[in-house]
Design a binder for this molecule. Structure first.
Ligand code: ATP
Ligand code: MG
Length: 559
């Protein structure tokens, strides 16, 4: 598979790389990595990191590794790992065959830890986690040395080896770096490097009884892979001195440069695996791939395309300044891409029956309809016009205001690709009083949509043939949360939008929309972009998801 690349926009990371190259500081090909922890599914924030790492490497003729940061055996699984691999591929990226894991380096990490101990740069601390926390001090107060800080090297070596051999229980001891308990940077106050965890690891099984911490693992893994630029999010800025400290103590093959950038935050949603996982486990959504989720799987199922996500990541750019992006920016990228690649078709979400009284019963007129108004290569299809049709209920009003140009008593309207029709009379349900059928006449001279006498008909509406249309389930999605920043709320679960999905069972679609491969996109004219659901759609019982509306109507309809 080829890596996909959109034209890249300049950013401060590219400037750093360019000056590194100019100054001759790069002694090997540019190498980046995307390092997910396999403890959940990837979300839109990860997409930004993936695009940044892969596209930057590609543009500078280098490569990007996919490395699983799998140092927390209790929270990680093969299921998550496989989902992540699939998502990175789907986004259009390739890491050259070898998938890497921090766990590939467990032995090397252990040997380096021995090296640190031998050089009196690490010690085994036997205080409890609570004591360690208290001794660490605070932003205003220096930390205090642990009573175990001056343990002799030989004792540290012995204890660490026995920790690794499984002689102790979780929490009995930890291995700490010996740096500076008075450092103004709390990350340098003798951070923990290893802890005991008697857990089964999804790759190394029972082999290890101790597991390395993220800060220790990450820099060494980067160095072992020859990473040149290690791109991470801003919260790791204060960890950079530790990243550099660890590498400076060890005979590692190289010293990668850590560069931090702002996380991607999107309003009306959350981008934290932990919170997304809560939504799934507490069943607020129907799984990680629920089309309302900001996960790559969810967005894909909803009908967002990989090209749209790449375009979005490029547009939001890479900066050091934390901002929140409006959800409409993402939706616009999706519209732009689908406008280009989605064929047009007609469907009626809330049907209202039309009978054309002067049209002969049983006669089918096959009309030509273009599949794409801007691109002839999409070709055309035949639409069957019949005496009984359905139009959208919203396209008819019994007592219309002046500016209403769709169907109403006595009014004339154009049926897309077909004929001009005029509403003659109405029929109401005798029990409910509800409008049940609209009787119309058509102008046989207006085939294709224009009157021969040139009279102006403003409104054009979509329709399907009652005889040929197929029934479909259509799922209309809205934003998952009803406040812009759910993460800032006391409990994001209190702000779930109760109307984030509406399911319509009685929609009608033109027959060609039933027999499509799940995942196929269409624009339903005047309604939006829709995608045949990857899991639920079949020709016998079609299920479509509304990916996005045609225009950004969200702000308007909420006011
Ligand atoms: P989460 O908070 O969702 O659990 P994480 O950072 O713990 O995110 P990882 O699996 O460790 O998740 O992330 C892999 C990579 O993706 C990291 O390099 C991380 O910096 C990056 N990343 C995660 N979230 C975002 C985001 N919102 N914007 C940009 N990059 C992100
Ligand atoms: Mg993380």
């Amino acid at each position: 598979m080829e890596n996909e690349s959109t034209p890249s926009t300049p950013n401060f990371i590219r400037s750093i790389i360019e000056s590194d190259i100019e100054a001759g500081r790069l002694d090997r090909a540019l190498t980046t990595r995307f390092p997910p922890e396999p403890n959940g599914y990837l979300h839109i924030g990860h997409a930004k990191s993936i695009c940044l790492n892969f596209i930057t490497a590609l543009d500078f003729g280098g490569k990007c590794n996919l490395r699983f940061d799998d140092t927390n055996p209790e929270k990680e699984s093969i299921e998550f790992q496989e989902a992540i691999i699939e998502d990175v591929r789907w986004l259009g990226f390739d890491w050259g065959g070898t998938t890497r894991h921090a766990s590939d380096y467990f032995q090397a990490l252990y040997d380096y830890a021995i090296h640190l101990i031998e050089n009196d740069k690490a010690y085994v601390d036997s205080m409890s986690a609570d004591e360690i926390r208290t001794y660490r001090g605070s932003l205003t107060e220096a930390g205090k040395a642990s009573p175990y800080r001056d343990r002799p090297v030989a004792e540290n070596l012995d204890l660490f080896r026995r920790m690794a051999a499984g002689e102790f229980e979780d929490g009995d001891h930890v291995l700490r770096a010996k740096i500076d308990m008075a450092s103004p940077n709390i990350n340098l106050r003798d951070p923990t490097l290893y802890r005991i965890r008697k857990a089964t690891h999804h790759r190394t099984g029972e082999r290890w009884k101790i597991y390395p911490m993220y800060d220790y693992t990450h820099c060494i893994s980067d160095a072992l892979e020859g990473i040149t630029h290690s791109l991470c999010t801003l919260e790791f800025e204060d960890h950079r001195p530790l990243y550099d400290w660890v590498l400076d103590q060890l005979p590692v093959p190289c010293h990668p440069q850590q560069i931090e950038f702002a996380r991607l935050e999107l309003n009306y949603t959350i981008t934290s695996k932990r919170n997304l996982s809560t939504l799934v486990t507490e069943r607020h959504v129907d799984g990680w791939d629920d089309p309302r989720m900001p996960t790559i799987k969810g967005m894909r199922r909803r009908g967002y395309t990989a090209a749209a996500l790449r375009d979005f990541c490029d547009r939001v750019g890479v900066t050091k300044k934390q901002t929140t992006i409006d959800a409409s920016v993402l939706e616009n990228c999706v519209r732009n891409d689908l406008d280009r690649c989605a064929p047009r078709a007609m469907a009626v979400i809330r049907p209202l029956k039309i009978i054309i009284e002067n049209y002969p019963e049983g006669v089918v007129d096959e009309l030509d309809a273009a599949n794409h108004p801007k691109d002839d290569s999409f070709g055309s299809r035949k639409l069957a016009f019949t005496r009984e049709l359905y139009i959208e209920r919203d396209d008819f009003i019994e007592n219309p205001p002046k500016k209403f140009f769709r169907l109403a008593p006595g009014r004339e309207v154009r049926l897309r690709y077909a004929y001009l029709i005029t509403c003659e009379r109405l029929e109401h349900d005798p029990n409910t009083g509800e409008l049940s059928t609209v009787y119309c006449t058509y102008d046989p001279e207006s085939r294709g949509g224009n009157a021969p006498d040139g009279r102006k008909v403003k409104g054009t509406i979509h329709w399907v043939s009652a005889r040929f249309a197929k029934r479909a389930k259509i799922r209309l999605f809205d934003r998952l949360f009803d406040i812009p920043n759910p993460t800032a709320a006391d409990d994001f679960r209190d702000h779930l939008n109760p109307n984030s999905v509406e399911i319509v069972d009685e929609a009608l679609i033109e027959p060609g929309l039933a027999d499509v491969t799940p995942g196929t996109h269409h624009q339903f004219e005047r309604l939006g972009y829709f995608c045949a659901d990857e899991r639920l759609h079949s020709a016998e019982s079609p299920v479509y998801n509304r990916t996005v509306t045609l225009r950004d109507t969200w702000e308007k309809t909420k006011k």
